[in-house]
Design a protein around this ligand. Structure first.
Ligand code: GN1
Ligand code: MG
Length: 371
């Protein structure tokens, strides 16, 4: 562990920011795969706490662009919310600037840190339990897209280009295969066959987009369910993790949310027989989403939603497998073949989704009639 990661050093970093009161405690927080997150408890009459994050700058190389994006998005959301919500800061992320007014702090070692206000009393779920939660999640992301429709997209930097471009992801997989940096390609022949057999089918969204039929909108791009905070009654409170907000297609946000909601098990469940679909949760999310998104979705976008739901677990499998073949350089892993286990779990989900495709289509169509 480097010196900068000891508790005293982290406290010194936190003290660079404009936080209320004395810092009482710092501890690891959350289950993100990319950044390092800590909860800061402070001694303040305001009952406030904070989220301190070390940003992974190997992945997010343009930290200025990243933090400016988040600042633009959160300010815009606050502007939209003002007027019909009492406490806007409870419904959007709030960046805590450094004492000299910057959006992030760089240490002499070249590490990048930032702080957000932590919304206490809220809950996030890795696995969704009730249809109420799923409905709220759908509302949250539908509303998020709707509220960002009035933000000028040209102001945002495309922070991770080609993020959900399946051709780019498959190219990366092919490169990883030919390099075979970790000597693991021979282990995964069956999985590779499964992936490449489905390539064409998984191009449905990108084909629609390339034919000019899908509008480019400002989307979230990391809509896994634990990126929605719900209040104590499981009503929507706030959408978090705004690192990848950039121009994209709604099918990607819909698909990534469904990927985590419809799965009755964890994203990295090693026992794939436990990975089955919870279809009522699909229906609830879809209804919640359409209750907000019906105002702006085009017919082609509606058609693209189910394609997105099949694509996102597939793309996630391609990404996990690529990282496995490259020797685990992108995602944090907790044991040696974690990325392989994640890959298999995502592909089991693809399997299940394919088997239920017609049923899901029926539910989507029914929700559309009722919208
Ligand atoms: C990463 O760090 P986290 O958990 O928010 C990844 C997402 C993946 C997700 C899989 C920038 O998100 O794209 O869907 O893991 N974020 C980035 O759980 O690559
Ligand atoms: Mg994220």
């Amino acid at each position: 562990m480097s010196l900068v990661n000891t508790e005293g050093a982290i406290k010194a970093i936190a003290e660079q920011f404009d936080v209320e009161g004395e810092i009482l405690d710092i501890r690891r927080f959350g289950s993100g795969h990319i950044n390092d997150t800590y909860k800061l408890t402070v001694d303040s009459p305001k009952d406030i706490s904070y989220l301190l994050q070390k940003i992974n700058h190997h992945i997010f190389t343009d930290i200025d662009g990243l933090m400016n994006n988040i600042s633009l998005v959160t300010n815009h959301l606050k502007d939209v919310l003002r007027g019909y919500v009492e406490d806007v800061d409870k419904h959007t992320l709030t960046i805590v600037p450094t004492k000299d007014g910057r959006l992030y702090h760089v240490t002499p070692e070249g590490e990048y840190w930032r702080i957000f206000v932590l919304l206490d009393g809220t809950k996030s779920y890795d696995i969704v339990e009730t249809t109420k939660q799923a409905y709220s999640g759908g509302q949250a992301f539908g509303r998020f897209q709707k509220q960002l429709a009035s933000l000028d997209a040209t102001k945002l930097v495309e922070i991770l280009p080609n993020f959900h471009n399946i051709d780019f992801r498959l190219d990366n997989l092919r490169k990883a295969i030919s390099k075979d940096a970790a000597g693991r390609v021979h282990e995964v022949q069956d999985i590779l066959r499964y992936i490449f057999d489905r390539e064409d089918k998984m191009r449905r969204v990108i084909k629609l987009a390339r034919s000019g039929r899908l509008p480019l909108r400002i989307t979230h791009n990391d809509t896994k369910f634990n990126n929605v905070l719900l209040d104590q009654y499981d009503n929507v409170q706030c959408v978090i993790d705004l690192d990848t907000v950039m121009p994209g297609y709604v099918a990607y946000d819909f698909g990534d949310a469904i990927r985590t909601i419809i799965n009755s098990a964890a994203e990295d469940e090693p026992e794939t027989s436990k990975i089955v679909l919870n279809i009522p949760l699909f229906q609830a999310y879809t209804e919640g989403y359409l209750s907000e998104a019906k105002d702006f979705l085009t017919n082609d976008e509606v058609d693209s939603l189910l394609y997105g739901a099949l694509l996102l677990p597939y793309m996630q499998a391609v990404r996990f497998l690529t990282d496995y073949l490259e020797g685990d350089t992108y995602y944090k892993i907790h044991y040696p073949d974690h990325n392989l286990v994640r890959t298999k779990a995502q592909l089991k989900l693809v399997d299940e989704l394919e088997r239920h495709e017609e049923e899901l289509e029926g539910i989507l169509n029914k929700s559309l009639v009722n919208r």
